[in-house]
Design a protein around this ligand. Structure first.
Ligand SMILES: [Zn+2]
Length: 309
């Protein structure tokens, strides 16, 4: 039975206590995933990371981590590439401590390379070095998860991410649907077919592990010429993509999902996404097309409307 988990990117805005108490809070409000944000550097101690991991296991909250933004594995400057690898290594190590299943990161930039594929090859070369380092330390639990990025100058098209993961053993894609929408100047992720095409491509080229679950970021997004500008909430109708389109594609393909809300109102929109998916599931005409009508969305919790503030 497919399962879709939902959670915020970072500490819920409505929660004021310590990080290690977040899983308990999430389970209370009806969420079951959490992306720990180390976007400005991995600063958590081993002790705190392990405590967070224990709490997450206790409350059935699946942890992932977002690695620092300052990573460019395609840098032509040796020092920058090494520092990038170091930051990613630290994220993998902390993820190992907290038993986070995946470390999401932005691979880098095409700048300085004569072709996009050369930049991607360099990212792969750097990740192979990282893998050796990670293996030698035994931090082999977490998947590394290159993310589809929101700017045209960044490594991170669907093809880039698939290419990277085909060459790296413990690698799974992180699909940010808002980024793909922004990267394409709003031309993609408009229809259920757009979403299914991406899911099918990932599954076909990498194997079913990559969509069981598919690690996902979602929010609405504003874009300009170069791509992403800023994330927006689900209720801002002037922006895309449409969450219902994405949710329907997940249900129709029967994949598992981990959906991390990167909306400015984090957990509130994560709960709203559940509510919208539930409405989709209750739509009879749609269910007839779904190969697997039994989808668990944050099981045992009655989030939905009560989460609307
Ligand atoms: Zn990201």
């Amino acid at each position: 039975m497919p399962r879709i988990r939902f959670g915020p990117a970072g500490k819920p805005l409505s929660f004021k206590g310590p990080m290690e108490k977040v899983p308990e809070y999430l389970s209370k409000i009806g969420l079951d995933a959490l992306e720990y944000e180390a976007v400005r550097g991995v600063r958590i101690s081993e002790e705190k990371a392990r405590k967070l991991g224990e709490e997450a296991a206790k409350y059935d909250v699946l942890l992932s981590m977002h690695a620092p933004y300052y990573i460019n594995l395609a840098s032509k400057e040796k020092e920058k590439a090494e520092a990038s690898r170091r930051r990613l290594f630290e994220a993998v190590r902390a993820s190992h401590w907290m038993n986070a299943y995946a470390v999401v990161f932005h691979p880098g930039y095409y700048k300085g390379w004569s072709s996009r594929s050369d930049a991607v090859k360099e990212v792969i070369r750097q990740l192979k070095l990282l893998e050796e380092d990670v293996d030698s330390h035994g931090y082999t639990g977490p998947w590394i998860a290159p993310e589809t990025t929101g700017k045209d100058s960044q490594v991170g098209s669907v093809d880039d991410v698939i290419e990277i993961c085909s060459n790296i053993e413990r690698c799974r894609p992180a699909v940010d649907w808002a980024h793909l929408h922004a990267r394409s100047q709003g031309r993609e992720i408009l229809s259920i077919d757009d979403v299914i095409r991406v899911i099918d491509k990932i599954e076909k080229e990498l194997g079913s592990y990559a969509v069981k679950p598919l690690h996902t970021h979602f929010s609405k997004i504003e874009y300009g010429k170069g791509g992403e500008k800023m994330h927006h909430t689900l209720k801002e109708e002037e922006y895309g993509p449409d969450w219902i389109v994405v949710c329907k594609a997940y249900i129709m393909t029967g994949i598992d999902g981990v959906i991390i809300s990167e909306s400015p109102i984090l957990e509130e929109d994560a709960l709203y996404m559940i509510e919208l998916c539930r409405e989709v599931l209750e739509d009879g005409s749609f269910m007839a097309k779904a190969p697997s009508p039994k989808v668990t969305i944050s099981p045992g919790k009655s989030a939905g409307r009560q989460g609307k503030r």
